[in-house]
Design a protein around this ligand. Structure first.
Ligand code: FES
Ligand SMILES: [Fe+2]
Length: 386
């Protein structure tokens, strides 16, 4: 990926020449891939076999902080252990399967609310009320069941539930979040939309002028992006017009904060967006071909000297969140809602993505590749276990 100084020169050359980044070819994606239950089920199985961001590390600030939610339909709890280690477990009691944690919080122990079995944050089963009732219980082997792997990369906690089909996003992850960014808001929402339609709406600037004529376009450009791929991930940069003021700025240590919107697609389900006054981390939890739950985290911009954000910066960040929610995000939501409603119209057997939309093609190409890997792995498993 280009650094901010390189990005600036790349953008200025597009401005001067009236150009934008172009992919090599267009892409056709079958509409059935957005509506088929079998395809959706395969995507969810793939999600369990890839490292996927579960939450920003900033959501686990204290010893004992935890986040519990479903990922690919499996209840998972991620916790910062009392020694600081980030761990992830299947969120199910080893007695009769009750979930041990809900939402977010901070705790010293996970105590099951059903019969009171208690687990340390490293997963060990610590206490069983009236233990004499379980003469065969092997306490050492009845701890919480960990996921296959936890990785902390780019300020995100990645969870791989089962043996992965490949490195996925971690093959080559761009810089995403820094330690000094403060989490100031988070929310959960549900949309009756296939997760890929929402992802696609963030991955090109071809729509900026027609879709956002009075909200984003007055501050930005028509169809002008820098599009970069890193592994299966992609990064799309949308410059603001005010970036032209930086034409003669010294390139050393140059920062494009407040001069660009940058969408990082963390393959395939997550997005880390560098916005004008804040960062947004959005994690999709596909629930059906037509329904997606979103977990969204808002963080302050990084501060070059690593100091804490000022009250003023925090106020600006919150205003930025409110501005987007009431303007451009609504316009994007209308687009994807309309597409979802027309998906069964029979008008299209495939959607076409042009050379301006190469990051979308990159997402679909890699998704197809990984689904083929999954298919191969599952066929092997069937062969081994008849
Ligand atoms: S299900 Fe957890 S203690 Fe019984
Ligand atoms: Fe948009």
């Amino acid at each position: 990926m280009q650094n901010d100084a390189e990005l600036l020169d790349h953008i200025l050359s597009h401005i001067d020449n009236g150009t934008t980044d172009l992919g090599d070819e267009d892409w056709h994606e079958p509409v059935a891939n957005y509506s088929s239950q079998a395809r959706f089920d395969a995507e969810r199985r793939l999600m369990r076999r890839l490292p996927v961001p579960f939450c920003p590390l900033a959501a686990l600030p204290e010893l004992g902080s935890y986040v519990a939610r479903s990922s690919a339909g499996v209840p998972i709890v991620v916790v910062r252990d009392l020694d600081g280690t980030i761990r992830a477990f299947r969120n199910a009691c080893r007695h009769r399967g009750m979930q041990l944690a809900e939402g977010t919080g901070c705790t010293k122990i996970f105590r099951c609310t059903y019969h009171g079995w208690a687990y340390r944050l490293d997963g060990r089963l610590e206490y069983v009320p009236h233990e004499h009732g379980f003469p065969d219980l092997d306490k050492d082997n009845s701890g919480l069941v960990p996921v296959y792997a936890v990785d902390i990369r780019g300020g995100l906690v990645f969870v791989t539930q089962d043996e992965p089909v490949g490195p996925g996003a971690l093959e080559s992850l761009p810089d995403l979040l820094t330690d000094d960014q403060v989490l100031f808001d988070s929310n959960e929402s549900v949309n009756d939309i296939n997760w890929k339609l929402t992802a696609e709406a963030t991955l090109e600037g071809y729509h900026i002028k027609p879709t956002h004529p009075e909200t984003f376009y007055p501050y930005g450009y028509d169809n002008m992006n820098v599009i970069e791929m890193q592994g299966p991930n992609s990064r799309i940069c949308f410059p603001f017009r005010r970036i032209e003021k930086l034409r003669d700025a010294p390139r050393q240590n140059l920062s494009l904060d407040r001069m660009v919107t940058v969408v990082n697609r963390v393959f395939p389900f997550a997005s880390v967006n560098r916005l004008s006054q804040h960062y947004d981390v959005t994690l999709a939890e596909p629930e059906s071909p037509t329904r997606t739950r979103y977990f969204s985290y808002k963080l302050t911009l990084p501060i070059p000297d690593g100091s804490a954000p000022t009250e003023e910066a925090l106020t600006r960040a919150k205003k930025d969140v409110a501005f987007l929610a009431s303007t451009g995000n609504k316009e994007d939501e209308k687009v994807v809602t309309d597409i979802q409603a027309a998906i069964g119209s029979g008008a299209n057997t495939y959607y076409t993505f042009g050379r301006f939309e190469s990051a979308i093609a990159h997402l679909h190409r890699n998704l197809a590749h990984y689904l083929a890997q999954l298919d191969e792995l599952e066929r092997d498993i069937v062969t081994i276990v008849p």
